[in-house]
Design a protein around this ligand. Structure first.
Ligand SMILES: Cc1cc2nc3c(=O)[nH]c(=O)nc-3n(C[C@H](O)[C@H](O)[C@H](O)COP(=O)(O)OP(=O)(O)OC[C@H]3O[C@@H](n4cnc5c(N)ncnc54)[C@H](O)[C@@H]3O)c2cc1C
Length: 150
């Protein structure tokens, strides 16, 4: 983690097409999808990525009420990574509302997120918070990030 998390810290020579604020479900999904065509930086306040995904709660909305997967994309990549780890994939579990929640081991999911971000070349700045966004004519022209590295 250290290699790619801190590899960009303090460097002034890096150029990104996309900067994502927040490494939860939304940010990780956005960063991985954008990395297919762009150079991506992911900025995360905490000391690791994953956000609420690391709580181990079931992921709702990826399986329909018939028990069929209805969301693909980045989720497929994360599930494939989890399946490679012992007990990483628990499966879609139906609760009393006939809603299926996708259950993954939080440890496996955490590792899957780190591996995919690394494999996709996404640079990650941890312990760093996006504090200000400057816009002009509807375009982002300036970002301010506060980090322990300054
Ligand atoms: C009590 C509760 C129970 C839930 N239960 C379920 C459930 O069972 N199943 C389900 O599918 N969903 C559940 N959800 C919803 C789910 O947690 C969210 O939909 C999902 O986590 C949203 O992902 P996110 O990436 O937007 O936010 P998060 O997972 O919260 O990630 C946001 C990340 O951005 C970082 N961040 C914030 N501001 C900045 C900044 N300025 N700069 C840099 N980093 C920043 C944070 O540190 C965090 O890591 C629940 C939510 C709550 C509150």
């Amino acid at each position: 983690m250290k290699d790619f998390a801190s590899g960009c810290a303090g460097r002034k020579d890096l150029v990104y097409d996309v900067i994502v604020a927040g490494g939860g479900a939304a940010g990780v999904g956005a960063a991985l999808a954008a990395s297919r065509r762009s150079r991506v930086l992911l900025v995360e306040t905490e000391s690791t990525v994953g956000g609420d995904l690391l709580t181990g709660m079931p992921i709702y909305g990826a399986w329909n009420s018939l028990g069929e997967q209805c969301v693909g994309g980045v989720l497929n990549d994360l599930v494939a990574e989890c399946r490679q780890q012992p007990d990483g994939f628990i499966g879609p579990v139906c609760d009393w509302r006939t809603v299926y929640g996708l259950c993954l081991s939080p440890a496996a999911l955490h590792l899957a997120i780190l591996r995919l971000l690394h494999a996709c070349g996404v640079h990650v700045m941890l312990k760093s918070t996006l504090t200000r966004v400057g816009a002009k004519d509807g375009h982002v022209v300036e970002l301010e990030v506060a980090s322990q590295d300054g």
